[in-house]
Design a protein around this ligand. Structure first.
Ligand SMILES: [Mg+2]
Length: 239
């Protein structure tokens, strides 16, 4: 089984940061304070829980676990109404690739994201991508993103035997590359989020692109060695 772990923001979709409204409103409700996440934090690669902890820290409020949980839950509730406030979109080639892979019984796609499960569902439902993902691993606390990656791998292994050299993480930040490294996966990095191609390449991903490649190229990437073996066989047959 080939397993693909997909990041959401900057990889599958861009919300054009429409989630900021839900975030600011949740912070306002909980603390009575104005907070502009866009100005205060470079959020790319941080999990929702880490963003919550950072938010409280910047407001000078001790970020205890209950408070973080309350903020994240309220954000999830407000998110669906917040998304239409910016013209977000599905990133290039995403839908075509997911549609193509749906017919491949030997490839499974999972979400691997710093979003909470509820936040992920809100975004993917809004952009019509939820149907492509049976499950995934999400942020559950303010701990490291690599812990989410470990859960994602467990999930995939429980479902089917996983070929160790066929585990891929598709993501748009150095955090995705790091967490792929933590589970021995190859990263297909895309510069469609908060980082440039050069910035991503500095973290030595397996492959890096300006945007997700077209279906054929993407499939050739994940099938790499198999196609090479097939080509060798064909070459041998001609002799
Ligand atoms: Mg991302």
């Amino acid at each position: 089984m080939t397993v693909l772990f997909w990041d959401i923001d900057g990889t599958l979709i861009t919300t054009r940061r429409a989630g900021m409204y839900a975030w600011s409103d949740s912070v306002k409700e909980l603390t009575g304070r104005q907070f502009d996440l866009k100005v205060e934090v470079r959020t790319a690669g941080l999990t929702d829980y880490q963003i919550a902890a950072k938010t409280f820290e910047l407001l000078g409020i001790a970020p205890d676990a209950d408070l973080i949980e309350q903020l994240v839950r309220r954000y999830e509730e407000l998110l669906p109404a917040s998304l239409p406030r910016k013209a977000g979109y599905v990133l290039p080639n995403v839908r075509e690739i997911l549609e193509h892979l749906r017919d491949r019984p030997d490839v499974r796609s999972y979400l691997l994201t710093g979003n909470t499960r509820g936040g992920a569902r809100a975004k993917l439902t809004y952009f019509g991508l939820m149907e492509y993902f049976a499950d995934g691993a999400f942020a559950e606390d303010a701990g490291a993103r690599s812990a989410i990656a470990a859960r994602a791998l467990q999930l995939a292994r429980r479902a089917a035997p996983v070929a160790e050299d066929r585990i891929f993480v598709i993501g748009d930040t150095p955090h995705d590359i790091e967490c792929a490294g933590a589970i021995g996966a190859r990263t297909i990095a895309v510069a469609t989020g908060g980082y440039t191609l050069e910035e991503l390449q500095a973290y030595d991903p397996w492959r890096a692109f300006e945007e997700l490649p077209a279906v054929e190229e993407f499939v050739a990437l994940i099938d790499g060695e198999r196609s090479t073996a097939r080509r060798r066989k064909e070459a041998g047959g001609r002799r």
